[in-house]
Write a protein that binds this ligand. Structure first.
Ligand code: COA
Length: 165
């Protein structure tokens, strides 16, 4: 069984992530979307909320499941019995950071392969922080995220607006 991880913070999941996840799902038997705690990033959505949104957004992909993780990626991959990590590359600016992470992960576990999928051109500019910024200013994010994520963003910023944050 070929199993790959697609790790990230997913705060929140965008159509760019979904593009990479669904393309990875065509290449392996199972994709595990690994949702990182990423406490340092102070995510807008809790871990449970991010996992639930990824689950909802990937509902139509039968060989995709979602798991939270709070450990080294290589340890989580071993625990999940995954042979590869799949990441999306959007632009040359992603390369240096991804190259560093790949090299470190390779030092930690030489059996774990990292594969890159180039983003499709219409997703090159997309990131979770850009989506959060547009939503926080009341903009329309429907072309960038699934309907469940759009609704969650609307609700979260309405709540934050009420508490004055
Ligand atoms: N489409 C759209 N957006 C994408 C994207 C794609 N294909 N690929 C990446 N992004 C965006 C994300 O939306 C996010 O945007 P933002 O910062 O504007 O919100 C950004 O690129 C990447 O952030 P994130 O999801 O946090 O991923 P990351 O590449 O920084 O890696 C982990 C996060 C969890 C995979 C990594 O930190 C990790 O492995 N942690 C575990 C601990 C560990 O093993 N550390 C050692 C690693 S060497």
């Amino acid at each position: 069984m070929k199993r790959a991880l697609t790790p990230g913070t997913f705060d929140p999941i965008t159509v760019g992530h979904l593009d990479v996840i669904s393309r990875a799902a065509q290449l392996v038997d199972e994709v595990v979307v690994a949702v990182a705690v990423s406490a340092k990033k102070k995510p807008l959505f809790s871990l449970e909320e991010r996992v639930a949104l990824v689950e909802e957004a990937t509902r139509d992909l039968p060989n995709v499941r979602v798991e939270p993780f709070d450990e080294l990626l290589v340890d989580f991959a071993r625990r999940m019995d995954a042979q590869a990590v799949v990441k999306g590359l959007r632009a040359i600016t992603d390369f240096e950071y991804e190259f560093q992470m790949t090299a470190l992960n390779y030092q930690l576990d030489k059996e774990l392969e990292t594969l890159f999928i180039m983003s499709t051109p219409q997703h090159m500019y997309l990131s979770s922080s850009i989506v959060r910024e547009i939503a926080s200013l009341g903009g329309d994010v429907s072309q960038f995220v699934s309907p469940c994520v759009e609704e969650a963003l609307r609700r979260r910023y309405a709540e934050l607006g009420k508490t004055g944050r």
